[in-house]
Design a protein. Structure first.
Length: 412
């Protein structure tokens, strides 16, 4: 062998030296490929969720711990690639939308009545319509909801201990469009100190929020709770986005909501104690499977505009004012496909709506203590509607399977 000669040069395909070289490269290529994907552990590799999202590249995974984060996850024009999504794995984490009340920001204006004129840097009527406080961990909406019937805000003098209200100011000169000003009031039992009251204030608008163009993302094993707006607030245009095993608990507005032209799939979703269980709008295209909804306020299921939606393997324990509403527009139809869905009305009877310019295709569904008024179009296959079979012998949803599914997914 001459000095400097490649020992594999000129090796014939059946020679030992050729296969040694080939196997060497077959071994090294997976190693090179593996280092292309990174893992970001929030709190260890990066200090915040926002910084982890900013740093993540196609194929990377962001990891949270199974604990409470007073933070949110914002995806703004973030894109993975086909076969290489960017993944946020909560591992059972909770994104908490509220913070403990700061008693130094409040003034006691009469015995047990406290006032704050600058609780948030910006307010509008939509925020006030969704607002709540947490007293000893219990959400108090004061009988109000962003969608549906709401009680009027009380006069501060009418408040009982554990209640709140908001008094709106006249328009301020120079205020930005839609911006309002005013004062929040909280009532405690006379003699009770505000710092001992265990009150929390919703300061974040969402648990997970999308804006701009997003693609090839996976969000999983995560709970959003107590934002003043949606648990999962999905705006903009998104493609190939998947949510797996997510929960929205006691959010000021929707558990999850698609807007504009968002497209995503959800596999495993729990929505409890929200103003609305699910609300999708615009030209969005969404699909949900393995869903449990309960204790909502305004709507359980609310689908609007010109979207394309599907629900499969869903159990709704309905106590909201409106259990089901599918509403189209004159400019285009709203289409919904349901399969193996049970809406079980737990309070007084109610009526679901399929309005004009809306189309419902329902298969293997059961609506208990619930009628459906159709002014658009509906096709019923093997369904039970308030005890009435769609055709002779119809059996409706697989209730045993849905009850078992709910028991499995509604706790983390």
């Amino acid at each position: 062998m001459k000095p400097g000669r490649d020992p594999f040069a000129g090796a014939c395909p059946w020679s030992a030296s050729f296969w040694q070289r080939k196997h060497f490269f077959l071994w090294i290529l997976p190693v090179v490929s593996a280092v292309q994907a990174a893992d970001y552990y929030v709190g260890k590799d990066v200090p915040t969720i926002a910084q982890a999202i900013k740093a993540a590249q196609p194929g990377d995974t962001i990891h949270l711990e199974a604990r409470v984060y007073r933070d949110y996850a914002g995806f703004y024009s973030k894109k993975g690639e086909p076969g290489k999504p960017i993944t946020l794995d909560g591992h059972g984490a909770t994104l908490e939308g509220s913070d403990p009340l700061d008693p130094t920001q409040w003034k006691e204006v009469s015995p047990g009545l406290f006032k704050n004129e600058e609780l948030l840097p910006r307010l509008d009527d939509a925020i006030i319509g969704r607002w709540f406080f947490l007293f000893d961990g219990k959400m108090n909406l004061m009988g109000r909801t962003s969608k549906g019937r709401s009680a009027p805000l009380k006069n501060p003098a009418e408040l009982l201990p554990g209640e709140w209200t908001f008094i709106k100011d006249p328009p301020h000169p120079g205020a930005k469009p839609l911006q309002i000003h005013g004062s929040f009031y909280i009532k405690l039992a006379p003699g009770r100190k505000l710092e001992d009251a265990n009150i929390a204030v919703p300061v974040r608008s969402a648990g997970v929020q999308f804006g701009g163009d997003n693609a090839h993302l996976v969000i999983k094993n995560l709970t959003a709770t107590h934002p003043y707006n949606d648990g999962f607030n999905i705006h903009g245009d998104c493609r190939e986005v998947e949510f797996e095993n997510i929960r929205a608990i006691e959010c000021g507005d929707d558990g999850i909501s698609a807007h504009e032209s968002a497209q995503y799939r959800v596999n495993g979703f729990v929505s409890i104690g929200n103003s609305t269980g699910i609300c999708d709008t615009g030209t969005s295209q969404t699909s949900y499977t393995k869903v449990f909804i309960a204790e909502c306020v305004g709507f359980d299921l609310y689908f609007l505009d010109e979207g394309r939606y599907s629900l499969q393997n869903v159990l709704v324990l309905s106590s909201a004012q409106n259990p089901l509403s599918i509403n189209g527009r004159a400019t285009g139809e709203c289409r919904m496909r349901m399969e193996n869905v049970c809406i079980r009305r737990l309070v007084g009877p109610a009526t679901g709506l399929v309005t004009s310019h809306a189309v419902l295709d329902a298969k293997d569904c059961t609506f208990e203590n619930l009628d459906v008024k159709v002014t658009g179009a509906a096709v019923w296959t093997n369904c039970l509607i308030n005890g009435t079979p769609s055709t002779a012998g119809a059996t409706g949803a697989d209730l045993e399977a849905l009850n078992a599914l709910a028991a499995k997914i509604k706790t983390p």
